[in-house]
Each structure stands twice: as C-alpha cells, then as structure tokens.
Design a protein around this ligand. Structure first.
Ligand code: HEC
Length: 122
C-alpha cells in the first residue's frame, strides 16, 4: 500500500512538473511538428485518425500502450520497429520521434505527458 501511495505521489509530481509554462510551449510545438511527421510517415498504416486497419495495423487512438506513463515502450517500437512496422532509427531524428510520439499521445482523445526530445536516445 505504501508503495502504491508513493507511486501515485510520484506520478502526480511528474505530471505537475510537465505543466510548467516553458514545457507547455514545447508541448504545442512538438504536437504541431509531430502532426506533419505523422501524416508523412505513419498515417499510411495507422490511418489519419489513428484508427489503424483491422487485423493489420493496430489503432493508436484509445490504445493504452500509447498513453502509458512510461514512454519507453513506444520509443522502442518506433526506433526498432516490430513485426511489419519498419524501424525509424536513422530515418527520424530523436527530436522528430519525440514530436510524433507527443502528437499521438495527445490526439484523437488520447491524453498523456509530452515526450521531451532528450528522452529519446539515438
Ligand atoms: C508499414 C506500416 C507501418 C508504419 C509506416 C508505421 N507503423 Fe506503427 N505499427 C505497425 C504494425 C504492423 C504494428 C504492430 C507491430 C506488432 O506488434 O507486431 C505497429 C505498432 C505501433 C505501435 C505500438 C502499438 C501497439 O499496440 O503495439 C506504435 C506506438 C506505433 N506503431 C507508432 C507508429 C508511428 C509513430 C509511426 C510513424 C513514425 C508508425 N507507427 C509507422 C505498422 C506501421
């Protein structure tokens, strides 16, 4: 129980940290940069509205993996690829990956903290 409370408090702490004004400005920049990248690099499989294609490409809208507090799993999928999804390491920069992931985390009803470019390592 103590661990759970500590975890909740930590999550609230980082959510509050993500609300500092400087980061809010970065957030909208990341989202608009990310939208352009999504249209060029991702929409052909995941669909412009994030709904994916049944049995072929998973939806990103309403997908709990996309809005996980810990962004590492989706950073890995985009960098390394998985199944029939191609890897984007070397294709998109760390900043571009941060932008497109911040976009998908905050579109189509999804809501999650932005991903700072420094969190995406090459
Ligand atoms: C050629 C088609 C294709 C393209 C282009 C593509 N994806 Fe994917 N994506 C997939 C497939 C297929 C999977 C499922 C992989 C698996 O688990 O086998 C996937 C999985 C994902 C997942 C994990 C979802 C989950 O539930 O496992 C994320 C996040 C994701 N893609 C984001 C992106 C982003 C962001 C881009 C653009 C930079 C992108 N994808 C481009 C086909 C694609």
């Amino acid at each position: 129980m103590k661990a759970l409370i500590a975890y909740v408090l930590l999550s609230i702490g980082s959510a509050l940290a993500a609300c500092q004004p400087a980061i809010v400005a970065d957030r909208s920049e990341l989202i608009s940069e990310g939208e352009a990248i999504y249209t060029t690099s991702c929409a052909r499989c995941h669909h412009g509205d994030g709904s994916g294609y049944r049995n072929l490409f998973p939806p990103l809208a309403g997908n709990p993996l996309v809005t996980l507090h810990d962004p590492v799993p989706i950073i890995r999928v985009v960098q390394d690829g998985r199944g029939s999804m191609p890897p984007f390491r070397g294709v998109l920069s760390s900043e571009e990956i941060a932008a497109v992931l911040t976009y998908i985390r905050n579109s189509w009803g999804n809501e999650a903290a932005p991903i700072p470019p420094r969190q995406v390592r090459d």
